[in-house]
Design a protein around this ligand. Structure first.
Ligand code: ADP
Ligand code: 5GP
Length: 206
């Protein structure tokens, strides 16, 4: 069995990560989503252990010191990070694992695990991004302004990613992401046993 892919997916807040990934997960049962830890407060409907592990700053810093975070970063005044163990276990079991993380964390993972596949989701324009962020209705005006300013900082980092997915029509974005995963699984470096496997029974045939 081949080890699973590590997929690093970033986008500015409101870029559509959550929406695209919900569709993707409905279509691909081999995928696993890493549940991050954060020090931000839960939004209405969010549950500890489901969308995030909601921790105090002290708890979060304890996990960093114990080496239990694969990566971590500060984003708009809060810590966010990826617990290491579930990611490593799922990949060993052959599952493809998605990290939905911001750009500083994405850069840390790329350096630590260069074989990861990094994908940046781009909105069609800043105007559309603002409209979608407002339309989601989950943030106060001040937070929306901070997230839009952050988006302007983050979008230039798209150049450091392996792939760009444009989130204009949702179904196109989802099928582009699926195409990337499919092509990455077919890379020779991830199929080094296949030649031996094909030739294995050559003696009995010839
Ligand atoms: P993120 O997880 O990156 O912060 P969301 O997935 O929450 O972003 O998307 C932000 C808002 O934009 C949501 O209200 C979502 O329904 C909407 N949205 C996302 N993708 C599209 C799309 N392709 N077309 C129209 N609306 C979209
Ligand atoms: P939100 O508060 O909207 O859920 O997330 C804010 C930002 O933090 C998003 O860009 C999201 O991708 C990022 N994020 C979520 N989890 C992690 C994580 O584990 N590590 C890092 N570096 N960023 C994360």
């Amino acid at each position: 069995m081949n080890k699973g892919l590590l997929l690093v997916i970033s986008a500015p807040s409101g870029g559509g990560k959550g929406t695209i990934l919900k569709e993707l997960f409905a279509q691909d049962e081999n995928l696993r989503l890493s549940v991050s830890a954060t020090t931000r407060s839960p939004r209405p409907g969010e549950e500890h252990g489901k969308q995030y592990y909601f921790l105090s700053r002290e708890e979060f810093e304890g996990l960093i010191q114990e080496g239990k975070m694969l990566e971590h970063a500060e984003y708009v005044g809060n810590y966010y990070g990826t617990p290491r163990q579930p990611v490593e276990d799922w990949m060993e079991q052959g599952h493809d694992v998605v990290l939905e993380i911001e750009v500083k964390g994405g850069a840390q993972v790329k350096q630590l695990m260069p074989e990861c596949v990094s994908i940046f989701i781009l909105p069609p324009s800043m105007k559309v991004l603002e409209k979608r962020l407002r339309g989601r209705g989950t943030e106060e005006e001040e937070t929306i302004q901070k997230r839009l300013a952050k988006a302007r900082e983050e979008i230039p980092h798209a150049k450091d990613y392996d792939y760009i997915v444009y989130n204009d029509a949702l179904e196109d974005a989802v099928s582009d992401l699926r195409a990337i995963i499919q092509a990455e699984k077919l890379r020779f470096c991830r199929n080094t046993n296949s030649i031996e496997r094909v030739l294995e029974d050559a003696e009995t045939v010839c």
